[in-house]
Ligand binder design. Structure first.
Ligand code: CU
Length: 285
């Protein structure tokens, strides 16, 4: 009988040690991978817009504050489990009302500290929200973005630099921007809700049928990035991937010259899709 109790208490000790070690290792590895390098913790996503660093800073702040309290609370939790474990086989659990002042302090003090952290987070959030979504710096160029099932159409200003004129360049699933230029985007939807998302810019904005939503971004790193729809918009939602090219001023001029002004050009991927469709339905055009 006593042997059984001894072995069950030994098992619970082993379980306790294994669980505690796993939690500690998990927390340490999470912090090891997350904190040293911001671009690493966002899974190697470059910070390609002027406000990407602000968004990442906010994520970092949330991770740090929540991570800190996670580690503290887990440490206290495991300490209490260990400290008040059953010491003799016939020991009964004690009923604690939690009404004594020294017991209430375990709730009130952490509560106040967590509320202070919340206030810090709210200030950070409002600051970043204002910067990204409410403050609209003057536009150096404007583009029109239209979502539909299941593609994005991008209208770029042509050589005259103005949107809504004859030389506009319309592309499907392909957007070209000039680096270090403040763009306003006019976002629309032809059918259902879509979400215009450029992860490298840290921007995500719903497009709503019947509304034109204005937003902004400034690309600060040249390169090729993904654009995707971030809202389930129907069976072909997964096909709504587009390509973003951020050019240097010279390469933008070159691209502008290459593409015939005013022509409704199909992006290469769209041409491929059309070819694939024709192959599948040879009779239909
Ligand atoms: Cu979608």
């Amino acid at each position: 009988m006593n042997k059984d109790k001894d072995s069950s208490s030994a098992t619970s000790h082993v379980l306790f040690v294994v669980t505690a070690t796993t939690c500690v290792l998990f927390a340490i590895s999470a912090f090891y991978f997350i904190l040293p390098n911001r671009e690493t913790w966002m899974m190697d996503l470059p910070q390609a817009s002027s406000y990407a660093g602000h968004i990442d800073g906010l994520f970092g702040l949330i991770t740090f504050l929540v991570g800190f309290w996670f580690i503290v609370s887990e440490a206290v939790f495991f300490y209490l489990i260990f400290r008040f474990r059953r010491k003799t086989p016939d020991q009964k659990a004690e009923y604690v009302t939690g009404e004594e002042p020294h017991q209430k302090r375990w709730v009130t003090i952490p509560h106040i500290l967590v509320i202070i952290c919340d206030i810090v987070l709210i200030f950070g959030t409002v600051y970043v929200w204002y910067k990204v979504k409410q403050d609209l710096p003057p536009a150096q160029a404007t583009i029109r973005v239209v979502g539909q099932q299941w593609a994005w159409t991008f209208e770029h200003p042509g050589p005259d630099g103005k949107l809504g004129s004859e030389d506009d360049i319309t592309l499907v699933d392909e957007l070209h921007l000039k680096a270090n230029t403040v763009y306003h985007f006019k976002l629309e939807s032809k059918d259902v809700l879509h979400s215009f998302s450029i992860p490298a810019f840290r921007i995500k904005q719903d497009s709503v049928p019947g509304r034109t939503i204005t937003g902004w971004f400034e690309a600060i790193k040249e390169g090729e990035y993904d654009i995707q729809c971030a809202e389930m918009c129907g069976a072909g939602h997964g096909l709504m991937k587009s390509d973003l090219y951020v050019h240097s001023p010279k390469s933008y001029e070159r691209w502008l010259k290459q593409i015939s002004p005013g022509e409704q050009a199909l992006a290469p991927r769209e041409q491929e899709n059309q070819i694939a469709l024709n192959r599948r339905n040879p009779g239909k055009r």
